[in-house]
Every structure is written in structure tokens, then in C-alpha cells.
Design a protein around this ligand. Sequence first.
Ligand SMILES: [Zn+2]
Length: 489
Amino acid sequence: MNKLYTIPFKIICVSIVFQLLAMSCCEQGSSNAQKTNEYYNSILKTNDIAKLNFFFARMPKGGDLHHHYSGAHYVETYLDWAKAKNLNINPTTLKVESSKKNPSITVDSLRANAVLYRSLLSLWSDLDFYNHISLQVPPDQQFFNTFGYFSGLCPGNYPEGFQVLKKRALTENVQYIETMLSGIKIPAKLSGFDSLLLKCQGAKSEKELDQVFTKMLQSIVEDSVKAAISFYTSTLDKAKKGIDDKNFCMRYQTYASRNSSPSSVFVSVYGAFRLCAANKYVVGINLVSGENGIVSMRDYWLHMQIFRYFRSRKEFANLPIALHAGELVMGMVRPEDLSYHINDAVTIAGASRIGHGIDIPYEKNAIGLLKYMANNKKAVEINLTSNEFILGVKGNQHPVRLYYDAGVPIVISTDDAGVSRNNLTQEYMLLASRYGFSYEQIKSFVFNSITYSFMPAKLKETNLELLKTNFNTFEKSIVEFQAAPVKTK
Ligand SMILES: [Zn+2]
């Protein structure tokens, strides 16, 4: 054969072989997916919780998008940090103390006292709440109170804390965390505007409000904003060293606390927008703290207007926002207060994702809102354990199916794994065992956790590829496990 024809012929042969190999790998992959689906159906049918835990512990879970940094750490970790800093515990209040005087005791002494240690666990987390409920404050108060015990231990331990979260994530096959890290503190004296803001809120006057907002902005010293951004950035830069690699990455949200004074929320949200615009690792803005608080209920409209105001500025227009909205149930607030929070969060504040969204059945325009969320790809972050504890919503009281059936994108998240003493595996197990979603549906929720994350486009692409690879590996391992179960004598 003429040499000129030999080379192309060889190339064609090699190319065919590669194509056949690729087709065979692809077929193998889809056959593994099919067999994994069959295995999943078999364990779901019998609602075998141990097997579901086994399955979901191994299944790739993509990202955890509704994740509070301070609430994600377990009490045991906080006590390690207290001990490392030579801090003591007051045996009466069970709070951390720097004083070494009596009656404060060391962390080791606390751990040696089983009764006291157990009491601390029940104050610093949701553990044992239902074992002695008559002695406890209401569950939502219990939950929010926990943060007062350990939050002070967070800022000095970010590098260790990030590593703890990464290790736990990789162990349960989570490749991305988008954590609500902390607010940005800008010193500004704006409390003189509070009464004016409340007056505008009473009159529901957007125009007047915008004029007040503009005056407030003029009163903020630019150098103090720059200094706060610089401090936040350098703290984050040090803490995130060694976190991102080919199997895992973390991004950060900053936030304002919705139970602060109107002017404090304004300056915190402004700082959040500025930080998010300035630091590419801070990928989103949130509002935290109990939605049913007296101040947060009173100022909900005002808070949404603050977000609208900043989003109307060109430099902030495209910054991603996720808002806790509708973390409320009948009886917790007046019925009419269940009718507008989610709607205002997506249509006024411009949130791309909604955290919890529990009161959706009572929204006054629920049909239009669900359609809007579905058509505009506004995802809902589902936190089953948290909703059960704080709101008492579980089983068929939870609106996850309502959202799903309406076509709203769903992501599954932990909220506060340390306080709830759960992990993402548990959330998927609850989702499957309670609502019977198919393997394909659950897989789509996992992919949503990357698609609807706030990470930049290129990183998202890489993460979607990694997730596909991880699913192939997982499905292959399930098929192998099924084909050759361990034999006992
Ligand atoms: Zn939350």
C-alpha cells in the first residue's frame, strides 16, 4: 500500500478504536447508573434507613449551599479550641470564660464531669432537647441561643475551622461548600436616621426612603469602608490557604443580621455589597438571624427595600443574593405575616435563592410566585432537620414536594450541622425516606447544588465535570458491591 495512504488509514483505525472504547465506557456508565437506580429502588421500597444511610454517605453530594459557618461546627470542636486558648468554662452558666478564678473549670475538668458535659452539650446544640423538653425554652429560642455560647470562638479559629469542614465534606463526598462566614463591620454613626427610616417604612414610601438612604451613604466614611474590606480580605486570605484543590473548594457569603437596628442593617448590607464586589471569594450576600424576631418582622419591608436600593446601583446590580425567607409557620406569627416574605425576597430584594421557604402555602400569590420562581430559576434551599427542630415542620407538612411539582429548582443543604448534629448525608436520607424521590430526581438536586451555586462560571464548569466523574465512580462501586457482596463463613 502506498505510504501516503497508510498513515491516514492508521489514524482512522486508531480513531475507530477510541470511539468504540468511548462508546463502551459510556454504555458501561449508563448501565452502572441503571443498576444503581435499581439498587436504590430496592432499598427505598423497604425504607431501609441503614441502607439509605450507607447509600447516601457514599453518593456524591455536590455542594452545601445553605451553610452557616459558626453553626456548622460541633461542640466538641469548639471545646478543643477553648482548651487550646486556655479558656475555662463557668460551671453555672456553662459559658466560656477567660478568667481562671473559681468557680471556672478547665475544659478537661468539664469533660471529666459527665453530667456537666452533657448539660453543656444540651445548651450549645439541639442535643437531648426532646429528652427534657419541659425544662427547655421553645425550640427556635433554644436553637438561636446556642450561638451565644460558641460564636466568640469562631474568628480566631478560621484556618482550623475551614480544615475541619473540608475534612468532613470530603469524607461524605461533598466537593463544595458555600458558607455564610461573617458580617463585615464598618464603624458608622447612623442611628440618628433610625426614626426617619421607620417613618418611611410606616408610609411605605420608596421615594422618600431612597432619599434617606442616599443621605446615609454620604455619612459613611469611605476610608472606614476600605479598612473593613481590607481587614476581612486579609483574614480570609490567611484562613483559606490550602482549602481549594482539585477535589474540593469553598466560597463565602457575607451577611447582615436582620434583628439589628434599621441603620445597622443598612450599613451592614452596604458593607456586604462592597465586600462582595471587591473580593472574588465572597460570592454572595445574605440576611441571618430569626425571621420571627420582633425587629425582623417589623422591618421586613424595609430590609427588602435596602437590598432593592443597592441592587439598583450599577456596580452592585449583578451580585448574587440568597435570602432566608419564609422560615415561619402558622402560630409563630399572625396569618397575614405568612403571606409575603418569599415574594418580597425574590421580587423586591432580587434574591436568586430562597432559604427555607416554608410558608409558601400561605403566600397570597403562591401560584404566581411558584411559577415565577420556576421560570426564573430561583432555587429553594431545603433544610429538613433544621425545619423539623426550629419550626416543627416534618413529613407531609414540608413544602418540598409543592416546590418540586411546580418546577422550582431544589437544593438540599444542612443549615447548621453542628447545632443540629447532622450532616448532608442525613439530609438526603430524610429526603428519600420521607418523600420517596427517585434516584434520577435526587441526582438532579445534587447537580443543582453546583448549577445554582454562586461560584464563578469557569469554576462551576470544572465542578460539574468533577461531579459527573464522582457519580461514575460511585455507581461503579455500587454495582461492584452488588455483584460481589462480602461472603461470610
Ligand atoms: Zn440558615
